[in-house]
Design a protein around this ligand. Structure first.
Ligand code: PGA
Length: 251
């Protein structure tokens, strides 16, 4: 059984204009050859077409940061999964904590979006993670299990699903979960995936939350960590590529 390559995904969030986005994508593509990890750039929607052109013919994949649950229609301002596919995306992030918190997305919304992604031929990166209050009250594992169960789309497999564990208190804060905290949650996610999917052992589980070049080796060395979802550091090609270089060839 060959384990999938680690995935290092850059979530640019609402950052980047044409000039700097082009330069950043070009630098990532230029540095991507020969890495053990698969690289993914998720730019803002305005730059997806441009980044896809820069990445054409390279090993760098392109993804969206969100999609609507419906394949089209009267949803002003939203983006449908088939539109992302049409632009050359292979992945879409769903259920990022900023969407859950700032846009009120619930597990059922995330599940519907993930299902739409699969229907469009995209792989869904389903994000889950506990808040600081939930961790402090000892509720981390039940919260993670509940979010995972509620957010997984029907019919997912290792080819179409990536799970990202992102403790909310570690996102953009410079606070990183400890190796033991990451190991505990990833082991739970692995068990839950194994119970739900026939190839749950092969689904990539990413850690996200203040991943930087100086903590990447230890985080990516944890059992059941199959890559990283990188926010801030993905806006710097050198830092992003250094994180990618820290990914081991296989678990
Ligand atoms: P961060 O963001 O790396 O800036 O903490 C991670 C994320 O939001 O995916």
């Amino acid at each position: 059984m060959t384990l999938p390559r680690p995935l290092i995904a850059g979530n640019w969030k609402m950052n980047g204009h044409v000039a700097d986005g082009t330069a950043l994508a070009r630098a990532v593509v230029a540095g991507s050859a020969g890495l053990a990890a698969e690289l993914l750039i998720c730019p803002p929607a305005t730059l997806i077409g441009l980044v896809a052109r820069e990445a054409e013919g390279s090993a760098v994949a392109v993804g969206g940061q969100d999609c609507h649950a419906k394949p089209g229609g009267a949803f002003t301002g939203d983006i449908a999964a088939p539109m992302l596919k049409d632009l050359g995306c292979r992945y879409v992030i769903v259920g990022h904590s900023e969407r859950r918190t700032l846009h009120g997305e619930r597990d059922s919304d995330v599940q519907a979006k993930a299902g739409a992604a699969l229907a469009a031929g995209l792989a869904a990166i389903v994000c889950i993670g506990e808040t600081l209050a939930e961790r402090d009250s000892g509720a981390t594992l039940p919260v993670i299990a509940r979010q995972l169960a509620g957010s997984l789309p029907a019919g997912a497999s290792a080819a179409t699903l990536v799970v990202a564990y992102e403790p909310v208190w570690a996102i953009g804060t410079g606070r990183v979960a400890s190796v033991d905290q990451v190991a505990e949650v990833h082991a739970l996610i692995r068990r839950e995936l194994g119970a739900r999917l026939s190839d749950g052992a092969m689904v990539r589980i990413l850690y996200g939350g203040s991943v930087k070049p100086d903590n990447a080796v230890s985080l990516l060395g944890v059992a059941d960590v199959d890559g990283a979802l990188v926010g801030g550091a993905s806006l710097d090609a050198k830092a992003f590529l250094a994180i990618a270089a820290a990914a081991p060839a296989r678990r």
